[in-house]
Design a protein around this ligand. Structure first.
Ligand code: SAM
Ligand code: CA
Length: 246
């Protein structure tokens, strides 16, 4: 007979029918892209996506469906003052910039300016570059500086974190002070290539293996943080939205 614990675990498991991920196949994902995402993708985003596809590190880019999601979310929130940590060639940055009002702001940080500059002409052509303040360098010291200055506390509507996964918890400690109550922090790649459910001895690529523990630590810490409400979405590689409530 199953123990109480096992029965409880069983009750928390998804059912085979109904609760299973909707994405049962690559064809279904392709269907989403072709029916919902590509037909409405703004021209500059398409151009940036195609330009990025030729770059050797293109695996890092935000997917088109996630770009559409971020753009919609920011509009629903009426976001104005935002931050992005991890820019690469700027696909999520452009999705954000296009969603904000003309006087909206994005503080965008990346250790690599070269990749940002690759996408910048497309962002400029789209007429949204004036919303972006790009800072080259590691994000953590910038956040510390902002906290020390005091005036940035509780000022951000939305913060997208898509950089060094081993620092996500360090980012969280600081960002929770910078985001406003009612504002949202989005942590990207929280399903980490599906590796969060891989057995400990699974043959994973080196970088996937290295960052997995940090992602799993974050995934444990966020639901235990009483200052936020969370929602983990299986969009892209997983994005966890954290709404600050106090
Ligand atoms: N959001 C981007 C997009 O839509 O294409 C993808 C970002 S990519 C997954 C991660 C980026 O984080 C890289 O461009 C990398 O240079 C940057 N990065 C890594 N460590 C960083 C740090 N400590 N501070 C700021 N950026 C960092
Ligand atoms: Ca990402």
């Amino acid at each position: 007979m199953a123990s109480n614990n096992e029965q409880q675990n069983q009750a928390g498991r998804h059912q085979e029918v109904g609760h299973k991920s909707l994405l049962q196949s690559d064809a279904l994902y392709q269907y989403i892209l072709e029916t919902s995402v590509y037909p409405t993708e703004p021209e500059p985003m398409k151009e940036l996506r195609e330009l990025t596809a030729k770059h050797p590190w293109n695996i890092m880019t935000t997917s088109a469906d996630e770009g559409q999601f971020l753009n919609m979310l920011l509009k629903l929130m009426n976001a104005k003052n935002t931050m992005e940590i991890g820019v690469y060639t700027g696909y999520s940055l452009l999705a954000t910039a296009l969603a904000l009002p003309d006087d909206g702001k994005i503080l965008a940080m990346d250790i690599n300016r070269e990749n940002y500059e690759l996408g910048l002409p497309v962002i400029q052509k789209a007429g949204v570059a004036h919303k972006i303040e790009f800072r080259e360098g590691p994000a953590l010291p910038v956040l510390d500086q902002m906290i020390a200055e005091g005036k940035y506390h509780g000022t951000f509507d939305f913060i997208f974190v898509d950089a060094d996964k081993d620092n996500y918890l360090n980012y969280h400690k600081r960002l929770i002070e910078l985001v406003k109550v009612g504002g949202v922090i989005g942590y990207d790649n929280t399903l980490w290539n599906g590796s969060v459910v891989a057995p400990p001895d699974a043959p994973l690529r080196k970088y996937v293996k290295y960052y997995r523990d940090f992602v799993m630590e974050l995934n444990k810490a966020l639901p235990a943080d009483p200052r936020i409400e969370i929602c983990m979405l299986p969009v892209g590689d997983g994005i966890t939205l954290c709404r600050r409530i106090k």
